[in-house]
Design a protein around this ligand. Structure first.
Ligand code: HEC
Length: 181
């Protein structure tokens, strides 16, 4: 083979390897959460939301409550160190997290997102139970129930950060109260 051609191929190969290494090491490939994929929920798509409600009642309601109200004393760990399931309504803090982070918590479990193998949780990992579309649907249903204030707050989190956790002063209003009115 022509020697110059061989050199050119080697040079291209070297550039390719350096390119891949650079993007991995600078985190370009993983910039959108732990899986590198940015998820957008579809909370205003009625068909998705209705499908999500069915998935919610079948998979999540046993812990997070039929009306998204969570379990009693959800901030206090039990004697074995496990937290009860938090509410997904406005009284909880699900709406403090970006669409992408909510997807990752549900798909991979809080443990992966927190990045601590010793973290104790009863929240299941849904990777092998629900498809990505089903996870998006169930979270879209949850998001759809949030009042305007929580919705607009969460949209700001979405706009500014991928793995954002923002603390907000405690809010009294609950979607359950609103649903029961
Ligand atoms: C066996 C009980 C259980 C089931 C079933 C369950 N969860 Fe959870 N979930 C929990 C617990 C407990 C936590 C609190 C995480 C921890 O332990 O730190 C949690 C936390 C979460 C969070 C994070 C909330 C926040 O404010 O940080 C999301 C999102 C979530 N669950 C979504 C879901 C979805 C969606 C389903 C159904 C597909 C589901 N969970 C089913 C127990 C459960």
């Amino acid at each position: 083979m022509n020697r110059i051609l061989t050199y050119r191929i080697l040079l291209l190969l070297a550039l390719f390897i350096v390119g891949v290494w650079a993007s991995v090491s600078t985190g370009v490939l993983a910039s959108d959460g732990t899986d590198g994929i940015r998820i957008s929920l579809r909370a205003d798509d009625l068909a998705v939301v209705q499908a999500g409600e069915v998935i919610y009642q079948a998979n999540c309601a046993s812990c997070h409550g039929k009306y998204l109200e969570g379990q009693p004393d959800w901030r206090i760990r039990d004697t074995n160190g496990y937290l009860p399931a938090p509410p997904h309504d406005a009284s909880g803090h699900t709406w403090h997290h970006s669409d992408d982070l909510l997807f990752e918590i549900t798909k991979y479990g809080p443990l992966v997102v927190i990045g601590d193998d010793s973290y104790k949780t009863i929240m299941p990992v849904y990777k092998d139970i629900l498809t990505d579309d089903e996870i998006i649907a169930v979270l879209s249903f949850i998001k759809n129930t949030w009042p305007e204030e929580q919705r607009s707050w969460q949209e700001q989190v979405n706009g500014t950060q991928v793995d954002g956790i923002i603390e907000m002063p405690e809010k009294k209003s609950s979607i359950l109260e609103k649903l029961l009115k």
